[in-house]
Design a binder for this molecule. Structure first.
Ligand SMILES: O=C(CO)[C@@H](O)[C@H](O)COP(=O)(O)O
Length: 228
């Protein structure tokens, strides 16, 4: 398990006219500093929403020393994901439901210098992906249907988190377990208790008056959940 809970603010809830400043708001020192910044790439095909693509993601990567966690909610990640790794993303996550050859994809991402992430939607089972996950560094369990911020947390997905945690703790997989969707001060404790390492939070960070303070509050609460 990661030494401490990792908090990854999702810029989907940030002001898109001021993305650089919004990232800087969680890049301060101490407890207010985010661990990663989560960048949601949506193509209006894999999900019914459109956000940003490689040129903007690269500009964000270049604008900060925080690790950028690119979550690709796109068709044909086998073709497009590599560009995000080459642009310097810390972690590039593709969807299991969209990847044609997830093992080759993970190998290519790692060869390009990024960590490789695999994501599953709330209705997607974990078991069919366990072999492929041996080639991945992160597992992103979606706790809302991908596409939009501000949705309610689906607690049923925590069973998949518990399974992944067990497999990591027993040495069968070596993964950072990440969760995304509806994470806030009401839900983060139960996710931490189930074994999540990294918490993506959009509205709970950028909908708060002070994004840095929101990061600190989420981390503190996650640590409480971890301690049981
Ligand atoms: O990938 C997604 C949505 O598809 C997320 O990253 C959202 O941005 C999370 O937003 P909140 O649920 O935290 O508002």
């Amino acid at each position: 398990m990661a030494d401490r809970p990792l908090i990854a603010p999702s810029i989907l809830a940030a002001d898109f006219a001021r993305l650089g400043e919004e990232i800087a708001a969680v890049a301060g020192g101490g407890e207010t500093r985010a661990d990663w910044v989560h960048v949601d790439v949506m193509d209006a095909h894999f999900v019914p929403n459109l956000t940003l693509g490689l040129p903007v993601a690269k500009a964000l990567i270049d604008s900060t020393d925080l690790p950028i966690d690119c979550h690709l909610m796109i068709d044909d990640p086998d073709r497009w994901a590599i560009g995000y790794a080459e642009a310097g993303a810390y972690n590039v996550t593709v969807h299991a439901e969209a990847a044609k050859d997830p093992v080759a994809l993970a190998k290519n991402l790692r060869a390009a210098g990024a960590k490789a992430g695999l994501s599953i939607k709330p209705g997607t089972a974990l078991e069919p992906w366990l072999d492929a996950l041996k080639h991945y560094d992160t597992l992103l369990v979606m706790s809302v249907e991908p596409g939009f911020g501000g949705q309610s947390f689906i607690a049923d997905v925590l069973e998949k988190v518990r399974t992944a945690r067990r497999l990591v703790d027993t040495g069968h997989l070596k993964l950072i377990v990440e969760i995304d969707g509806g994470i806030n001060t009401d839900t983060i404790e139960q996710a931490a208790e189930a074994g999540v390492d990294c918490f993506v939070a959009g509205s709970a960070v950028y909908g708060a008056g002070d994004p840095g303070k929101a990061v600190a509050a989420l981390r503190e609460q996650a640590a409480r959940g971890r301690a049981g």
